[in-house]
Design a protein around this ligand. Structure first.
Ligand SMILES: NC(=O)c1ccc[n+]([C@@H]2O[C@H](COP(=O)([O-])OP(=O)(O)OC[C@H]3O[C@@H](n4cnc5c(N)ncnc54)[C@H](OP(=O)(O)O)[C@@H]3O)[C@@H](O)[C@H]2O)c1
Length: 297
């Protein structure tokens, strides 16, 4: 399929639907990369600056979709993404849709199924940066869905993230990867900030703590592959601290927090998990055993 603008350019034409903070930045990256770029946004004036840089503004979603072989969607929520694509009618058939809208894995799969039922190919992308990081050589984007779309537009995708990887044929997996990164991040951030509250209650600068204790903190992340291996195998051998040795330390952390009027809810939650595992007879297992207590029975 070739469009008018595609015939005049060595780069394939790209349509960007949704010009919020992210979509606007994506469209700018495609323009800078020499792609004829068509844009549509519910609020048309948000396209003005892109039009000034050479983008085409479409009055309708249908025209925007018809303008390019690659249709990129970046809006708030996958229900909105689908509703917008629905308004393109049969123009979607034969196109490649790259949906960069965040949501759950099931929501991504539902859009994928709906799009492919209409004769288009589908790729979902989970962007692992904020808008200013778009186009960075180290910017990670997890892709899932059609390998044909990924292969055909790989050089276009590199324009928005140098570390874009097709991780699955399943369009739902990128969302899960993104959540796994964010879940790890929030767990680590909350642990660090709780500890920072403890340290600063003593008047200790947190930066100084990091200078002194940095290797111990780094060793934690270095232990992830070993934990991952245990979880994948479902075997919690004691190659590092047995669960029974964790409990006294967590109890100390709870008591220290309470004594300093620091919220003890975060370590208290950990104490609850460890206690349940010990009550079930897992005293000699490694800490990885705790995963069983996140899984609802
Ligand atoms: N911003 C970031 O740094 C960042 C980072 C990673 C991932 N993301 C993801 O990128 C996606 C877009 O985020 P954003 O930051 O660009 O959001 P945003 O700045 O809030 O923009 C939202 C976009 O969605 C459109 N929209 C919302 N409801 C709509 C509706 N009912 N019908 C039609 N259009 C509608 C808005 O159109 P109007 O302009 O007309 O309101 C706008 O184009 C989200 O999934 C977000 O999680 C963003």
């Amino acid at each position: 399929m070739s469009t008018v603008s595609e015939r005049n350019s060595p780069q394939p034409a790209v349509t960007v639907i949704g010009l919020g903070e992210m979509g606007f930045t994506l469209a700018g990256a495609f323009l800078d990369g020499g792609h004829p770029t068509t844009v549509w946004n519910r609020t048309p004036r948000k396209a003005d600056a892109l039009v000034a840089r050479g983008a085409e503004r479409s009055a309708t979603v249908r025209d925007a979709v018809a303008a390019s072989p690659l249709v990129v969607v970046s809006v708030k929520g996958n229900a909105t993404a689908r509703a917008i694509l629905e308004s393109s009618g049969d123009a979607l058939s034969g196109r490649s849709v790259l949906n960069l809208t965040d949501g759950t894995s099931a929501e991504a799969r539902a859009v994928a199924e709906w799009v492919t039922d209409r004769g288009a190919q589908y790729l979902h992308g989970q962007i692992m940066t904020i808008a200013p990081g778009i186009g960075g050589a180290e910017t990670v984007i997890f892709y899932g869905g059609s390998d044909a779309v990924f292969d055909r537009f790989e050089s276009t995708l590199r324009l928005i993230g140098g570390r874009g990887t097709l991780i699955s044929a399943d369009a739902g997996v990128p969302a899960l990867y993104g959540m796994a990164v964010h879940g790890t991040m929030w767990g680590a951030l909350n642990g660090f900030l709780h500890s920072a509250a403890l340290l600063s209650s003593e008047g200790i600068e947190v930066k100084r703590f990091l200078d002194d204790a940095g290797p111990s903190v780094a060793a934690l992340v270095a232990s992830f592959p070993m934990i991952a291996d245990e979880v994948d195998r479902g075997e919690y051998a004691t190659r590092y601290g047995a669960l029974q040795h964790h409990r006294p330390s967590v109890e100390d952390l709870v008591r220290e927090s309470e004594a300093r009027n620091i919220d003890a809810g975060f370590p208290g939650y950990t104490l609850g998990l460890v206690t349940k595992a010990l009550e079930d007879g897992h005293a000699d297992d490694s800490y990885s055993r705790v995963i069983e207590y996140f899984r609802k029975q």
